[in-house]
Write a new protein. Structure first.
Lengths: 253, 277
């Protein structure tokens, strides 16, 4: 049964595998004497001394978390209603995931799905451009508070701040359509995400995410993900989900 | 005939103008200069960064006045109130030009004629990108400017984010064709000049179905006049379909204290089934 499930999960996302636009060497990357990117060099910093997370990245070990966030044995404290929805989605071979209709991912599963994304950091805003599904996130860095959300959306409303060398991003205002993983851990309109990004060195960002949602979970829970690996000398490719033919082939149960 | 045109243009808008304005939270941006009464001072000087104008901000094309539509389309604006959110060039890149002056080659004229019979097939009615210039002519777009590149996020979210490289690289020789093409930018004085090639031939230039080929080269010139206003000239050069290069000129206004709203087109792909032939 497992192979079917995996196959389904990937149909919609696995088209342009790697970004290989022109092989233009990214300026500013430290290199070893043989010209290869030195990924263990120190993380770069912005003129105001903060870690600079800019670059093209892809999640490490993403797939296992993408399938199910409890994969490392963490206990996800679901309320009975959330548990029922999770079991139903998982039992129905993940049919109904938004990606089967080209709707893409949300805050959590974009941190696990192994597709390239580019972080562009400015003092006022950090933009994350995702290669898949033509989506982007904005993390507002100008000191504004997290506001009362008005229109629930897939990516919600995000503000960020630095705590030491860690970028802490708080998000609310998400909709209840996204799934946290392919097995269907639910998110609701009251889900609050706290993401902690620490660029450990030039080539890697550590990432853990805390989920808080009194409508789905009995208490806040945290998952330490595989983090993000730098894709040196790469660039995003355009990926339009225009081949919406998966849906009719998904079987469910 | 007039009714036909009106119907057909109504159809074209069904897909485009679903979420009219970005009004996220009305958060006042501390960097916006203000008059004594606290309103944004849109005629203050344009901000600069490292000696160049900073184009960062949320922008929207100046809407064409109602009379420009009514002169051609009768009471069109009464039937289609959303008209105020667009510019005439969204309908027709040759708006205002005498038909005999339009530089169409016969192939391009034939394609446009055919598409005008099936306007419901415009790319964005299927949640595909409208590309350039549509992304600049209807809904808001946000510019995020860094030293290395200028990012353009379009609220007309069928368009992927654009990256315009300003790190001095040149245009690639033979890029894979894409919806948004490959863009490099450079400063000519205070004007950002953006050259884009590598387009596919799928997007329409306007609602009238004027085509583009893979040889299309678009040059955009952005000049931020003052804090609240930008002049934008767009030149289209596509020798396969047009006998000469041609340009449109629009005015773009800052949308202060606002932001982009998320707009996921695929969620609501229900317009097309209702569109008349």
């Amino acid at each position: 049964m497992k192979p079917v499930v995996f196959a389904i999960a990937f149909t919609a996302l696995a088209m342009p595998l790697a970004a290989q636009w022109q092989n233009y060497p990214t300026p500013g990357i430290p290199r070893t004497p043989d010209g290869k990117p030195n990924l263990s060099a120190p993380a770069p910093r912005t003129p105001d001394g903060k870690p600079d997370l800019s670059g093209v990245w892809t999640p490490r070990n993403g797939l296992k978390y993408f399938q199910d966030l409890s994969t490392d044995g963490i206990e996800i404290p679901m309320l009975p209603s959330a548990k029922a929805l999770y079991e139903q989605r998982k039992g129905n071979l993940q049919k109904g995931h938004p990606s089967e209709r080209c709707l893409g991912h949300g805050v959590m599963d974009f941190n696990t799905v192994p597709t390239p994304r580019k972080i562009i950091q400015t003092p006022q805003v950090i933009a994350i451009l995702f290669e898949a599904y033509n989506q982007y996130r904005q993390i507002l860095m100008d000191g504004r508070p997290l506001a009362e959300p008005t229109e629930p959306s897939y990516h919600g409303y995000s503000v960020g701040r630095f705590e030491g060398d860690t970028l802490v991003v708080e998000t609310n205002g998400v909709n209840d359509k996204g799934w946290l993983d392919m097995n269907g851990h639910p998110q609701t309109e009251t889900t609050h995400f706290t993401e902690r990004y620490t660029r450990r060195n030039f080539g890697h960002i550590d990432l853990e995410v805390t989920v808080e949602d009194p409508k789905a979970y009995t208490k806040p829970w945290t998952v330490k993900l595989g983090g993000l690996d730098l894709m040196a000398d790469e660039e995003l490719m355009e990926a339009i989900c225009e081949n919406e033919r998966d849906y009719s082939h998904l079987i469910g149960k | 005939m007039k009714t036909k045109v009106i119907t057909v243009i109504g159809i074209v808008f069904a897909g485009a103008v679903t979420c009219a304005h970005a009004q996220w939270l009305d958060y006042p941006d501390a960097r916006t200069p203000r008059t004594k009464d606290g309103k944004p001072n849109l005629t203050a000087p344009a901000p600069r960064v490292k000696g160049k104008p900073d184009l960062s901000g949320l922008w929207q094309a100046e809407r064409s006045p109602k009379r420009e539509y009514d002169a051609v389309l009768g009471n069109f604006t009464a039937l289609q109130p959303d008209t105020y959110d667009i510019t005439t060039n969204f309908l027709n890149v040759f708006w205002g030009m005498k038909p005999e002056e339009e530089p169409l080659r016969p192939d391009a004229a034939a394609i446009s004629k055919d598409r005008r019979e099936r306007l419901q097939d415009n790319t964005f009615t299927r949640c595909l990108p409208g590309s350039i210039p549509a992304a600049l002519l209807v809904l808001t777009f946000k510019i995020i400017q860094t030293q290395q590149e200028v990012v353009m996020l379009s609220e007309m979210a069928t368009n992927p984010p654009r990256q315009i490289y300003t790190d001095g690289r040149s245009l690639p020789k033979n890029p894979d064709p894409t919806w948004m093409g490959y863009s490099v930018g450079r400063w000519a004085g205070d004007t950002l000049v953006v050259d884009t090639i590598g387009f596919n031939d799928k997007a329409w230039l306007d609602a009238f179905g004027h085509p583009r080929s893979e040889s299309m080269h678009i040059t955009e010139r952005y000049r931020r006049r003052d804090f609240g206003h930008m002049d934008l000239d767009i030149t289209f050069d596509d020798p396969k379909y047009y006998t000469r290069a041609f340009s449109i000129k629009i005015s773009v206004n800052l949308v202060p204290d606002s932001d982009l709203l998320e707009y996921v087109c695929n969620e609501n792909e229900r317009d097309r089934a209702h569109m008349a032939k």
